[in-house]
Design a protein around this ligand. Structure first.
Ligand code: NAD
Ligand code: GLY
Length: 369
């Protein structure tokens, strides 16, 4: 069983198909998109061992030839060096503009393959087959692609929309629980941005989403994709409303930077703390009921996510270090710190110039505890 959603972007519109076992039917979904040249399947070593065989069997069954490019797993693969090697490898196969790059993996594979697809022959076709919860509910949808620079994460990239997203929720069965939890933080984010009923449903069904393999998990992926698709359709290149998707991320990116991206703090874990802090800051500014901020922390902790700086258990320096890291975020405009704040659960908004003393009060509380 699968269900299909649409990302409405005019001639760049595409489907997101969500369902358990989809990889085994990937060939049939890809056949209408594949040009005359072989598909260019990019994956990492871990995902290759678990899921590439099934994908290739399905492509074979549909009569689709493919080349495979298997990267080392992990954030380090989002580098110039890996991008160059991938592009050279793709060019060696003699692609045409109609060739399609297929990203099978998490956000790392999707981001690197997406940049390669945006650059190869000035733009190749691109399909995402995300295999982490984070990629299924966030990074595979919306067309942001990027690699990292010595100056920071995700600073080099392009908007390059996929032609199709195939989210096989069955692949999540092999994903470690810590990674599932990290992806779940992004699911919570959609409820907090604009859907209080979805947040309330997550309070009830969170464990079934994270640890189950049934309809609750599929529904959470679908609802998250639908929420993201609506925002991306309204603002593809983040001139306005798409910034709402950064709820929790100004804090989260700073926490990740302080943790030096060495795996001690996962992106989703930093985002979880960031969500709690965005609500704490909103409450401190008198914008949001304190009970809503408390409810956010309660839910994050109930499922096992960190909800305060101390919960991360890493040496992140002090409040000043975190504020300095926030000032270096690529979303800082004219030196002003922009946050996504909330009037309550499900009512987020963009706050372009936040009172720094309220931020200092919230962080002083975090680092004192
Ligand atoms: P990831 O791609 O590193 O995957 C996490 C780990 O899970 C890896 O070790 C991977 O090999 C493994 N894995 C993947 N699928 C698996 C499966 N089904 N079973 C077992 N193991 C599996 O990390 P991620 O959390 O998916 O993505 C993080 C990346 O996404 C970051 O680089 C971040 O910057 C990027 N990102 C991009 C966007 C965007 O819009 N482009 C949005 C959010 C995050
Ligand atoms: N992950 C945030 C965005 O796609 O805009």
């Amino acid at each position: 069983m699968s269900q299909t959603l649409r990302v409405d972007l005019g001639e760049r519109s595409y489907d997101i198909v969500v369902g358990n076992g989809l990889i085994d039917r990937a060939g049939a979904h890809l056949a209408p998109l594949a040009g005359p040249r072989p598909l260019l399947v990019v994956t990492d070593e871990t995902v290759a061992a678990l899921h590439l065989g099934r994908l290739e069997a399905s492509l074979d069954a549909a009569g689709l030839a493919s080349h495979r490019f298997v990267l080392p797993e992990g954030e380090a693969s989002k580098s110039f060096d890996r991008l160059e090697r991938l592009l050279e490898g793709i060019l060696e196969t003699g692609p045409e503009r109609s060739s399609v790059v297929v990203a099978l993996g998490g956000g790392v594979v999707g981001d690197l393959a997406g940049v390669a697809a945006s650059l190869g022959l000035r733009g190749l076709g691109f399909v995402q087959i995300p295999t982490t919860l984070l990629a299924q509910v966030d990074s595979a949808v919306g067309g942001k692609t990027a690699i990292n620079s010595g100056y920071g994460k995700n600073l080099i990239g392009a908007f390059h929309q996929p032609k199709l997203v195939l989210s096989d929720t069955g692949t999540l069965d092999t994903l470690p629980r810590r990674e599932r939890l990290a992806g779940y933080a992004e699911i919570v984010k959609y409820g907090l941005i604009g859907d209080p009923a979805f947040f309330a449903w997550l309070e009830d069904q969170g464990s079934a989403v994270i640890d189950g393999a049934g309809e609750a998990r599929d529904r959470a992926v679908r609802e998250s994709c639908a929420a993201k698709a609506a925002i991306v359709a309204a603002d593809e290149t983040e001139q306005g409303v798409r910034a709402l998707l950064n709820l929790g991320h100004t804090f989260g990116h700073a926490l990740e930077a302080r943790a030096r991206y060495d795996g001690a703090v996962l992106h989703g874990e930093a985002v979880a703390v960031g969500l709690a802090l965005a609500f704490a800051l909103s409450a401190e500014l008198g914008l949001c009921p304190r009970e809503d901020a408390a409810r956010v922390r309660r839910h994050l902790r109930a499922v096992g996510l960190p909800a305060s700086v101390a919960d991360l258990g890493a040496d992140l320096g002090g409040a000043d270090d975190l504020i300095a890291a926030m000032r270096r975020d690529k979303k800082v405009r004219s030196g002003a710190l922009t946050f996504i704040l909330a009037r309550g659960i499900g009512d987020a908004f963009i706050a372009p110039d936040v009172d720094i003393s309220a931020l200092e009060t919230v962080l002083a509380g975090e680092f004192a505890g």
